[in-house]
Structure formats: C-alpha cells, structure tokens
Design a protein around this ligand. Structure first.
Ligand SMILES: CC(C)(COP(=O)(O)OP(=O)(O)OC[C@H]1O[C@@H](n2cnc3c(N)ncnc32)[C@H](O)[C@@H]1OP(=O)(O)O)[C@@H](O)C(=O)NCCC(=O)NCCS
Length: 174
C-alpha cells in the first residue's frame, strides 16, 4: 500500500542540537523531496566540503541513494519541523567496501550531531555487512578529519588537497 511505502522508519537515536530534538533514522522513499531540499539549502562551502565539486541538481543523486540496494542512508530529522538537517550515506560495492559521505545543515553543525550520526552509522554499516568504509575529505577540513579519527579511521592516502580515510569493520567489536 502506498501509505506503508511512505512510512518513516523508527528512530535509531536522538540528539539535541541547541535545544532542538533531532531523530536519527534510516532514510526511506518518502524522504526524497525533503532530502533534495536539504541539499539545495546547504551553503556553497558545506556542499564543496561534502562533494569537492559543484553539483547543481540533486534529484538524480538522491534517487540513486534511495534505490540502490547496496546503499546505507541515514537522515537526521528535526522532530518538531520534520526537516531533514543531516544525511550520511555509504555506497557499497561488490567487495563490501563503501564510500561514505556526510553533511549537516550549517545551523546544526558543531553540536555533536555528526558524532551521533557516526555512531549509528557504524552500527548500521556493521549490520549491513560492510567490510570497509572509506571517505574523501579536504585536508583543510578539520571536522570530518576529527570525526574519522574519533571512529578509528586511518588516513591512507593523499591526492592533492584531498585525503582518503579508511575504517576496516571487524564485525565483532560492537
Ligand atoms: C563534517 C560534519 C558532518 C561534522 O558534523 P558536526 O555535527 O559539526 O560534528 P560534531 O559536532 O560531532 O564534531 C565532530 C568533531 O569535529 C570538530 N569540529 C566540528 N566543527 C569543526 C570546525 N568547524 N572546525 C574544527 N573542528 C570542528 C568537533 O570539535 C568534533 O571533534 P572533537 O570531538 O574532537 O571535539 C559537518 O561539519 C559538515 O556537514 N561539514 C560539511 C560537509 C563535510 O565536510 N563532509 C565531510 C566530507 S564527506
């Protein structure tokens, strides 16, 4: 039934950002429009830090995230307004390795939401059976670097201004 398809998955955790309660949960097809709105609201700086390129149209990107069976997507949703204020995703390959990315709306950054999403993300990635997570980030972008290190990731490469961080998931330590 259509209503069940649009039903939101249950929250996996909550985090309070400057007095605003935020639910962290799996994304679902019903999040499509709000996710596109989320990316369109991000500042040029946040978008560049996330994608390291200029992206103007997010419809195709979000559609792919929501339809690919090897993709893990978490959203952070402001409980009061229903707005999506953060998205973290892993796009897996046939070897069980997944490229990850995370972005949080500027007014919700710097208050522990990235850390809270990272904790849930790691748990869910382990459940999904991912063996390795990796992410690219600008060397000058300290927040994701700290976040990656906090979860035990190692910097394994440098390509110009970009660093590659990797985390091997052992599967039995969490
Ligand atoms: C990366 C990002 C998701 C982190 O989310 P967040 O909610 O700000 O993260 P937290 O508040 O949990 O902070 C995580 C760590 O980064 C640090 N940090 C946060 N903002 C920072 C900043 N502007 N400068 C330096 N350090 C920062 C925090 O102090 C914390 O480290 P600590 O625990 O050692 O103190 C967010 O900054 C963001 O969306 N950035 C733009 C997109 C991006 O860079 N994505 C990563 C590439 S995929």
């Amino acid at each position: 039934m259509p209503s069940r398809v649009l039903e939101k998955p249950r929250p996996l955790a909550y985090h309070v950002v400057r007095g605003r309660r935020v639910a962290i949960r799996r994304a679902c097809p019903g999040d499509r429009d709000e996710m596109i709105r989320f990316y369109n609201r991000l500042s040029a700086e946040t978008l560049y830090n996330r994608f390291m390129s200029i992206i103007r149209y997010f419809d195709t990107y979000v559609d792919r995230l929501l339809s690919d069976s090897r993709t893990l997507v978490l959203v952070a949703e402001d409980v009061e307004t229903g707005e999506i204020v953060g998205v973290a995703e892993a796009v897996g390959d046939e070897k069980g390795e997944a490229e990850c990315g995370i972005a949080i709306l500027e007014s919700y950054q710097g208050a522990g939401l990235g850390t809270a999403m990272g904790q849930v993300f790691l748990r869910e990635a382990r459940k999904e059976g991912f063996k390795k997570l990796y992410a690219y980030m600008l060397a000058s972008n300290l927040a994701p670097l700290k976040l990656a290190r906090k979860f035990g990731a190692r910097i394994t490469g440098r390509h110009g201004d970009m660093l590659r961080a990797e985390l091997v998931i052992s599967g039995d330590d969490g």
